[in-house]
Design a protein around this ligand. Structure first.
Ligand code: SF4
Length: 191
């Protein structure tokens, strides 16, 4: 069997478009000001994205229509498109295959248990650890995901739970797990 090399540094690839979730609070305010808007619009945009879990300008009715379209076009570019969902465990587990702006494919898995709901997120596409038993490792490391690409997986899962897309009705995303790509360092974060 030919063994693959260990790869610690992700190959250099084009960055995803700038996104609100990549920026600090001060950077968001500065980005909004650069677009000719009052800095408080950054708070409104952040509230829609992080709290109301929407990136759809049509839902941001507290911001004038022309302004919200412009802010969303500049700061909320679509990062992940659904390729397909696969469900099992009577609909309480859902795996989603996402396509990023550059065609990179990653997965996230939403799992509902009696006492919690956990999302396993992708922080990398592929893996450079080359474990011989693992299909992900055999594909090599394609690239790291950006902060916003990881956050968007969480936002979309939280919205799916709120909207009752998993069996059991509406609920709340409570845990996030970083695992797979780049183990052994699984991290379980409770929200
Ligand atoms: S995903 Fe985990 S098991 Fe697979 S190659 Fe990477 S470190 Fe090894």
């Amino acid at each position: 069997m030919t063994s693959l090399p260990l790869v610690f540094d992700a190959p250099k690839r084009g960055l995803p478009p700038r996104h609100l979730a990549d920026l600090s609070v001060a950077e968001r305010r500065a980005a909004v000001a650069e677009l000719g808007e009052k800095p408080f619009r950054a708070n409104q945009l952040s509230n829609h994205y992080f709290t109301r879990l929407t990136a759809d300008p049509a839902a941001m009715t507290d911001i004038p229509a022309e302004t919200r379209d412009r802010l969303a076009a500049s700061l909320l570019p679509p990062l992940l498109q659904v390729v397909r969902h696969v469900q099992c465990d009577d609909g309480t587990t859902r795996k989603t295959l996402w396509r990023a702006h550059d065609g990179t494919l990653v997965e996230s898995v939403l799992m509902r248990y009696p006492d919690r709901t956990t999302l396993c997120v992708s922080s990398q596409a592929g893996c450079g650890m080359a474990c011989p038993f693992c299909a992900t490792g055999q594909g090599g490391l394609r690239r790291n995901m950006s902060t916003a690409e990881i956050v968007d997986q969480v936002r979309l899962a939280a919205a799916a739970m709120r909207d009752g897309e998993l069996s059991g009705g509406p609920g709340r995303l409570s845990n996030i797990v970083f695992m797979g790509m780049g183990e052994p360092l699984p991290v379980d974060l409770q929200l």
